[in-house]
Design a protein around this ligand. Structure first.
Ligand SMILES: [Cu+2]
Length: 259
């Protein structure tokens, strides 16, 4: 076990007996709700990458984590929470001709994932105004991003309705190691190549499956000696867990949910 978790386990184990009577309903007031997405390559865009994302939402406060792998290295990857589309990623039939190549541009994907609700920048503004703030997005091919931000009420509502989509942009369609004009200019900003703004990996956010740490039966698991990840999650709140423990706990919770 990661050493930084040890104090948490102690605190959680101590706190659980006190928390038991309220535990069934505690998740609404203090725990936050968890949403997750598997980020798959966008059809037709010649992407080999993959990723995962989680959002822990408490009121309008969201702790967002995005892990991305095998995208174009040394290049900025704009990433957003998209809302008010059909809550899904674009399929191959959304592709259009771009400079003689079939590909899905950011605009082509709009009916599926909707407009930008939140810009997942590394610092500063997170509004749609920062959609292409390329100096404030991850800029490596593989990265792990975590930030706690305040989202707008419409973004929070979309996440709760399982109608929000995480999109990481920036593709290397012709695999030449850089953004170039193979697909022409971006329709978002003609100074940028289409490759720099086209969607790379995408996933719909959905509430984590019931039966895991976020459900009322956590109390039963706790009194029966459930594992420490469940105790921490129910005792301290998922936001704290996500911030302090990151993917270690999430991985374990997923494993627990699948039992
Ligand atoms: Cu986007």
């Amino acid at each position: 076990m990661n050493k930084t978790l040890l104090p948490l386990v102690g605190i959680a184990a101590f706190a659980v007996p006190l928390a038991l009577p309220a535990m069934a309903s505690a998740q609404d007031s203090s725990g936050g709700a968890n949403y997750q997405a598997t980020l798959d390559p966008v059809a037709t865009n010649m992407v080999n990458g993959s990723g995962t994302a989680t959002v822990t939402l408490s009121g309008n406060q969201a702790t967002v984590s995005v892990t991305a792998n095998q995208l174009l290295d040394a290049s900025p990857h704009a990433q957003h929470i998209h809302i008010k589309g059909s809550g899904e990623c674009p399929k191959a039939d959304a592709a259009h001709d771009h400079n003689g190549h079939k590909a899905i541009s950011t605009t082509d994907g709009l009916p599926a994932y909707g407009k930008i609700g939140t810009s997942l920048t590394t610092k500063g503004d997170t509004s749609p105004n920062s959609a292409l703030a390329i100096d404030r997005f991850p800029a490596t091919g593989s990265f792990h991003y975590t930030r706690t931000i305040t989202v707008t009420p419409d973004v929070a509502a979309a996440v709760r309705a399982n109608n929000a989509v995480i999109v990481v942009h920036g593709i290397d369609y012709n695999h030449n190691g850089k953004y170039d004009n193979v697909l022409g200019a971006s329709e978002l900003d003609p100074k940028l190549p289409q490759e720099a703004t086209a969607p790379a990996i995408c996933g719909a956010l959905n509430s984590m499956p019931t039966g895991g740490a976020g459900t009322g039966d956590g109390a039963t698991q706790a009194s029966a000696g459930g594992n420490s990840a469940d105790l921490i999650a129910t005792g301290l709140g998922a936001a704290a867990v996500a911030a302090l423990a990151g993917t270690l706990i999430l991985r374990r919770r997923n494993a627990a949910a699948q039992r």
